[in-house]
Design a protein around this ligand. Structure first.
Ligand code: SF4
Length: 460
């Protein structure tokens, strides 16, 4: 890791050379490999098999409603002003919560996350209702990390109080950019003062950690405009920062067609923004965690990176390893020790599943022994930024170098370019390589080696 206050230099020549489509590896195998042959009973059986060992739980709640459409949005969400619709969804979500709590015994919950959509589009009363249901049905462990995505345009002191009263201790706020022409172009007007007010209020009221989300690659962004945004961001000094690359996929998200290609920063400008952001944030004392994430040195994410206890799941980097992740709500993806299960994206199908007392699994995947090994390799590589071959030899009874000879051969040109150091006993990712960690993971992905037609976003 870059030590606190140590600037991470970005070599744009190498970034350009390796900028190609690749998975983000929030799962392995990746979601396009899930199938409809895996159903609700498969998921439930796998989930219940963790009850005996009291495996901890991580709970995700998908709250898909928004007041207004941001044109860059890539989430599964619905824009509505119909409060009855939201209330109906909440009723089913609470029934779903009760169902899963009943099927997982008294297992400790170490992590809760509300994502969306806009979770704070619930009223404070609805927020309290859902928060209390979670507290009542599940066994929330002392010190559990409970986070919620907050939209400053749709939040109030009463929301914060309802969240705090029901155990929440972290907020994550979408900002994207402070640059007004960019905000206007993406249909998300969020004055800087509003963001500052709700960050300060969260701190004053006692939330332990504040994360801010930004996106580069949006209309009318240049290195200069984004530099001003980064300066303001450093001044606010959140505990964590997520800096995402805008994925322009109008063939999947039709509303992105509103964003005219000629207003998006050209590739070289986007790379200049990326370089400036990384070098400036790391100079300002942030630790680059990996992929899109930065954290202050004292934050639990930085400590997990340092202690090699970082983990990766559908929410990105996590400090909670070895949990079963249960996704409540439409479209969410659950994960157990050896399965993935994605919920339906249709409201009617979701309501029908909940009413029938079964998981809303629409498709999923059961990992075989090769998948489990490769998932472990890719996870350790992306979280520890090194691999110790003997660790895998002992754990899986394999000869790592022989089994992965093709992957190691693929890494040799990257070692020549200074992205990774290949040693007889293991490999170690360099600082430059950490910016291209997806490229280093891709050679270990069996499905990627065998397929040519899956579309992924670019690695930078
Ligand atoms: S608030 Fe979030 S989920 Fe809703 S449209 Fe905007 S980006 Fe998408």
């Amino acid at each position: 890791m870059n030590a606190a206050g140590t600037r991470l230099d970005v070599d744009l020549g190498l970034i350009r050379k390796y900028d190609r489509p690749g998975p983000r590896y929030t799962s392995y195998p990746t979601a396009p490999h899930f199938t409809g042959e895996f159903g609700p009973a498969d998921f439930l059986a796998s989930l219940e098999s963790g009850n005996g060992s009291n495996r901890p739980l991580s709970l995700y709640f998908h709250l898909p409603f928004c007041a207004k459409l941001c044109y860059f949005c890539g989430c599964t969400m619905t824009v509505t002003r119909n409060r009855d619709r939201i209330s109906e969804y909440l009723d089913y979500l609470i029934r779903d919560t009760q169902f899963f709590a009943r099927h997982t015994g008294n297992r400790p919950v170490t992590q809760v996350h509300w994502g969306g959509g806009t979770p704070t589009y619930l009223t404070p009363e609805e927020t309290r209702r859902l928060g209390e249901a979670i507290q009542n049905f599940y066994n929330i462990a002392p010190g559990a990390e409970m986070g919620v995505e907050v939209d400053p345009r749709q939040v109030s002191r009463e929301h914060y109080q309802a969240l705090l009263d029901t155990g929440f201790n972290r907020i994550s706020m979408g900002v994207q950019d402070f640059h007004e022409p960019t905000q206007k172009a993406v249909n998300r007007i969020q004055p800087e003062a509003m963001t500052r007010t709700f960050v300060q209020m969260a701190r004053d009221m006692g939330f332990e950690s504040v994360n801010l989300d930004f996106i580069y690659g949006l209309p009318f962004q240049t290195r200069e405009t984004f530099a001003r945004t980064i300066d303001k961001l450093i001044d606010i000094r959140p505990d964590r920062i997520a800096l995402f690359n805008y994925a322009h996929v109008p063939w999947m998200k039709k509303h992105q067609n509103v964003l005219k290609e000629e207003t998006l920063p050209p590739a070289d400008e986007k790379l200049a923004i990326f370089k400036y952001a990384i070098e400036t944030l790391t100079s300002a004392g942030y630790v680059f965690i990996g992929m899109d994430h930065f954290a202050l040195p004292e934050d639990s994410m930085s400590r997990a990176l340092h202690n090699k206890t970082l983990y990766r799941n559908f929410q990105g980097y996590s400090t909670h390893a070895e949990c079963d992740l249960i996704a409540h709500g439409m479209s969410g993806i659950s994960q157990t020790a050896d399965t993935y299960a994605q919920n339906t994206k249709e409201y009617a199908a979701y309501f029908a599943a909940v009413a029938a007392g079964r998981p809303a699994t629409e498709r999923g995947y059961k990992l075989n022994s090769d998948d489990l090994l490769r998932r472990d390799v890719i996870t350790r590589l992306m979280c520890d930024f090194e691999l110790d071959y003997d660790f895998f030899n002992n754990k899986y009874g394999i000869d790592f170098k022989e089994l992965f000879s093709d992957a190691l051969a693929d890494l040799e040109p990257m070692a020549f370019d200074g992205l990774v150091r290949l040693r007889p006993e293991g490999l170690e990712v360099t600082d430059t390589g950490r910016l291209l960690i997806r490229n280093l993971a891709m050679p270990f992905d069996r499905y990627l080696r065998e397929s040519t037609n899956t579309r992924f976003s670019r690695t930078i």
